[in-house]
Design a protein around this ligand. Structure first.
Ligand code: AMP
Ligand code: MG
Length: 423
């Protein structure tokens, strides 16, 4: 299917942890992940108009300046500033006008003025424009108060971007504004990465895929899969739905096989710890070079990283809150790196806390949070990681440091808005 260049593959042991590592601090896990991952998607040329959300694979170079020629920034009258001075100025008007798309054919004589409209190229002999609101005219003569600054109300050629300049650099995920810039600079086609294909699999005997189904008491609806598929889509990836698998190795293996064929990375949820019913980690240990990272964070902790048929597998915790937070903190920057965007640290800023909280040293904590009307971070009433409603309530996360902390209202805390994760 891929007719572009074949991208480099990740090594099978790329997620290996050194022997004897027990709990990995979040920062160290992130830097290990960062050094293990490279872009895995091929590149292709694409029409600029269709490229929003794609990642530039090469710098985009301006074919033309913006603006291409000096022009008027307002509707008014243009003339050569050198012949004007202080006090009331009266200049004869030449016949005709200069408008956007209708350049004035000829030169404006020294000491004369011309009607000029926004976006019109400055005719020869014009270097300055006065606003029409500041002028009086009878159609033959123009009157305004001097002095006027040379170049007033005009835009210079190339004052925004000069021809030949790098407009956007490789790795940029293109925004609607970027499409305006590229188009203005005459860049009709861009070299972009193909979108990363992200396969999502839920696991667990208790999981029921269809929320319209009649659930038995021991069954729960699959909350993770729609969430993770939607997150992948929001991050500019192509979501691939692998459905859900019972806790049976051969069933999970068949789903992973399909994921490896149809996607560039596989996200699983559930069964990622080291218990009897943790079938994903057992299977990945047996057949997928599992490296189970016990990350010193709450919620989350075990993150199963493995390679399956050459494709990286991120095994997230089953708990929807933990799956969500682990996806934000680990999967998002990892996917960005694999997409050619480069590693992306989350947007974070410091705000006053609207809550009290005491934590012990040893693990980083992420609390479901949002800003109140005063810009202070309030946190969801319950830290229970089964409280999915808290994810909807929240607009971001408060990140508490690995060390012990005692937070009182008004203390500065780090706030990571979901918007900064592209959600
Ligand atoms: P596990 O990681 O498999 O031990 O699962 C931890 C908790 O998350 C259990 O209560 C599971 O029932 C729950 N869980 C696992 N997968 C999902 C899912 N896809 N949707 C909702 N809850 C899940
Ligand atoms: Mg399970």
């Amino acid at each position: 299917m891929s007719d572009g260049l074949t991208p480099p593959r990740l090594r099978n042991d790329c997620f290996a942890m050194p022997q004897g590592v027990a709990w990995v601090p979040v920062e160290e896990a992130l830097s290990r992940l960062r050094s293990a991952l490279t872009p895995v998607v091929a590149t292709e040329p694409l029409k600029t108009a269709r490229s929003v959300g794609r990642v530039l694979a090469a710098d985009a170079v301006a074919r033309r300046a913006n603006p291409p020629a000096a022009n008027s920034a307002v509707d008014g009258y243009g003339f050569a500033q050198a012949t004007t001075g202080a006090g009331v100025q009266r200049l004869p008007l030449v016949a005709g006008r200069a408008a956007a798309g209708q350049p004035f054919d000829g030169a404006v004589p020294v000491g004369s003025a011309i009607r000029i409209l926004t976006g019109a190229i400055l005719p020869e002999g014009v270097d300055t424009v006065v606003l029409e609101e500041d002028c009086a005219t009878d159609g033959a003569t123009l009157a305004f108060d001097g002095p006027v600054r040379r170049g007033a109300n005009t835009r210079n050629a190339g004052e925004d971007v000069i021809a030949g300049a790098t407009a956007l650099t490789a790795g940029r995920r293109l925004t609607p504004a970027d499409l305006a810039l590229l188009s203005a600079l005459g860049i009709a086609t861009v070299e972009v990465h193909r979108p990363l294909r992200v396969a999502v699999l839920s696991t667990g005997d208790e999981i029921l895929g269809d929320p319209a189904a009649d659930a038995r008491p021991h069954q729960i609806f699959d909350a993770n899969r729609p969430m993770l598929l939607a997150m992948a889509a929001a991050w500019g990836c192509v979501p691939v739905d692998l459905g859900h698998a019972k806790d049976a190795p051969e069933v999970i293996a068949a789903c992973l096989d399909r994921g490896a064929r149809e996607a560039d990375v596989i996200l699983t949820s559930g069964g990622a710890s080291a218990g009897d019913e943790d079938h994903v980690s057992a299977l990945l240990r047996a057949r997928g070079q599992l490296s189970s990272w016990r990350i010193a964070m709450k919620p989350g902790r075990p993150l199963a990283l493995a390679m399956w048929e050459g494709v990286p597998v991120f095994g997230l915790p089953g708990n929807p809150v933990a799956a969500f937070v682990c996806a934000l903190i680990f999967a998002r920057p990892a996917f960005a790196a694999m997409s050619g965007e480069g590693w992306r640290s989350p947007l974070a800023f410091t705000v006053p806390a609207a809550f009290s909280k005491r934590k012990k040293a040893g693990r980083r904590e992420y609390l479901r949070a949002r800003l109140d009307a005063a810009g202070r971070a309030e946190v969801f009433a319950s830290e229970g990681s089964g409280r999915i409603s808290g994810l909807s309530w929240a607009a971001g996360l408060v990140e508490l440091p690995d060390d012990a902390a005692e937070i009182a209202p008004g203390d500065p805390v780090r706030y990571l808005p979901f918007a900064g994760f592209g959600l």
